[in-house]
Design a protein around this ligand. Structure first.
Ligand SMILES: Cc1cc2nc3c(=O)[nH]c(=O)nc-3n(C[C@H](O)[C@H](O)[C@H](O)COP(=O)(O)OP(=O)(O)OC[C@H]3O[C@@H](n4cnc5c(N)ncnc54)[C@H](O)[C@@H]3O)c2cc1C
Length: 490
């Protein structure tokens, strides 16, 4: 019998890579093995062409600060998202400083975050949102304009060919970022391996079972040839993205009962036309259509992947029963259990607007897709843009005492009672918040060790456990310091 491992990470995406990097720093002698079913890491949602690469910090995403009753605007959620991203920035900056991550432009680049709206009510909302945020320390430097000439200066493609009669407004935050989460994942995993972790590619985890002595037995199949093998581990993290629900169900932990997954597929339009790319340097978020899920808000993005800039627009949402891009058509039906059937039916009953929206999006012609892009670039020419398939998002459906079941757009860490197994469901705000999510997971799964780990974690993430937005000086100092290390606009 081979020796048990301390930690098995299932899946080679940003979540496993982040957790592994943290564990290696607080408990360097622990053995870690990553199982990845594909031939490379970061080829599902963490791949740069499968996500939008927004360093989500609520600088431009309206869904983090929707209008409440009577037009009320509460910045709490936006501030919280920004606070979380600051933790990610600090962790990455520490690893760059230690020489454990490469030159930062390989994975993060300054890209102004803008919001653009048109129509009187939307202009009014954006102005009021700006008035609330501009005095928040983490949003310092945010600009607002309803002057077409100023907006044209910020983003020329937005205004070229636009009717002068249209009422428009935009905000801009130059502290925004574009993140290549694929490059970041690959770099984190390479560093994990350098420090002694094992990476097993082309190995699909097929089962997770509890052994009599309290370990986890992980069944693995080689993707080429199908040879099975198994290992035991003291702790398992199911970072399998869309594959996590099935594996947690297989592990049989009671905590997963009542959870279901609702897959939403996506597409982006992309151009590499140097003339267009040269005229645009921003991530511009608009307002969601009625019934649209929050993460389907259209946005026009500068992307920097492998040092090359391109523009991406989308995502166009759609429906596919697969839970991973390279998943199976049986993923959705295969996830149905007696315990989650009722919550799933309740979600279908309560989200007819969303269903209608997804079917409409799925059936949308290329002409209709270009029409949506024309809202951002009035002079768009279809030939410049190619359609690419984005990653799958599996939204969380869970039991709810009142309504039977609810659909959630955030992430949910599901942990076994004794903390020896955990998995991550859901997709938003996603990769940007991998660091705070994994800090929370460590605290929950390792309550005994965590107090001793805290000082080391605070070395890496100095403001961990505190907030920045309540102190303008501290917020400014921390943002300036991470900006300097990561080569970003402060
Ligand atoms: C369209 C879209 C846009 C997005 N935009 C953004 C954005 O702008 N900003 C942001 O921060 N986040 C964004 N996200 C979310 C972000 O991409 C995800 O939250 C993040 O990449 C998830 O990382 P992960 O490690 O959990 O999963 P993944 O990156 O999907 O990794 C899971 C890995 O597990 C492997 N795997 C699965 N099953 C098994 C198995 N049985 N055995 C072994 N390996 C297995 C898979 O092959 C994969 O490599 C977006 C997502 C999508 C789909």
């Amino acid at each position: 019998m081979t020796k048990s491992l301390d930690v098995v990470l299932v899946g080679g995406g940003i979540m496993s890579a982040t957790l592994g990097a943290m564990i290696q720093r607080v408990q360097p002698e622990w053995s870690i093995r990553i199982y990845e079913s594909l031939g490379e890491v970061a080829n599902e949602s963490s791949n740069p062409w499968n996500n939008a690469g927004t360093g989500h910090s609520a600088l431009c995403e309206l869904n983090y600060m929707p209008e409440g009753p009577g037009g009320a605007l509460d910045p709490a959620k936006a501030i919280n998202i920004n606070e979380q991203f600051q933790l990610s920035r600090q962790f990455w900056a520490s690893l760059v400083q230690a020489g454990d991550l490469p030159e930062p432009t390989k994975f993060i680049n300054s890209t102004p975050h803008m919001t653009f709206v048109h129509g009187r009510d939307n202009v009014d909302y954006l102005r009021r949102r700006y008035e609330v945020l501009k005095d928040q320390p983490l949003f310092a430097g945010m600009e607002f304009s309803d002057d077409p000439a100023v907006i044209a200066e910020w983003a020329p493609l937005l205004m070229k060919g636009r009717s002068p009669r249209q009422r428009v407004a935009a905000t801009r935050a130059t502290a925004g970022t574009d993140v290549d989460f694929g490059a970041l994942t690959r770099a984190l995993v390479a560093n994990l391996v350098e420090r002694g972790a094992e990476l097993s590619l082309n190995r699909r985890v097929t089962s997770i079972r509890r052994t009599k002595d309290g370990l986890w037995k992980i069944g693995v199949r080689h993707q080429v040839g199908g040879t099975p093998h198994s290992v035991t581990a003291r702790f398992v993290f199911v970072g399998a993205g869309g594959g996590a629900l099935h594996l947690l169900q297989k592990a049989g932990i009671p905590e997963i009962k009542g959870f279901g997954g609702f897959p939403i597929s996506g597409e982006f339009l992309r151009t590499t036309n140097p003339k267009l790319v040269a005229q645009h340097h921003a991530k511009i978020y608009g307002k969601a259509a009625v019934g649209a899920p929050p993460m389907s808000v259209p946005h026009l993005d500068t992307r920097v992947v492998n040092g090359e800039a391109s523009l991406m627009f989308g995502p166009y949402a759609g429906f596919s029963p697969k839970f991973l891009k390279k998943g199976s058509w049986f993923d959705l039906p295969g996830s149905i259990r007696a315990g989650n059937l009722w919550p799933m039916l309740a979600v279908a009953r309560d989200n007819l607007d969303l269903m209608k929206y997804l079917v409409t999006e799925l059936l949308a012609s290329r002409a209709k897709k270009l029409k949506a892009l024309r809202e951002f670039i009035p002079t768009v020419k279809g030939d410049d843009w190619e359609l690419i398939t984005a990653g799958q998002r599996v939204q969380v459906m869970k039991k709810d005492a009142k309504r039977g079941g609810v659909l959630q757009f955030g992430t949910e860490v599901v942990t076994g009672k004794d903390g020896s197994i955990a998995g991550l469901l859901g997709a938003s705000p996603g990769a940007s918040t991998a660091v705070p999510i994994m800090l929370g997971l460590l605290e929950k799964c390792f309550p005994e060790q965590f107090p001793a780990w805290k000082p080391r974690l605070k070395d890496l993430i100095p403001t961990f456990g505190t907030t920045l937005n309540d102190s303008p000086e501290k917020a400014q100092q921390v943002m300036a310091s991470t900006a300097q290390t990561l080569g970003l606009t402060a």
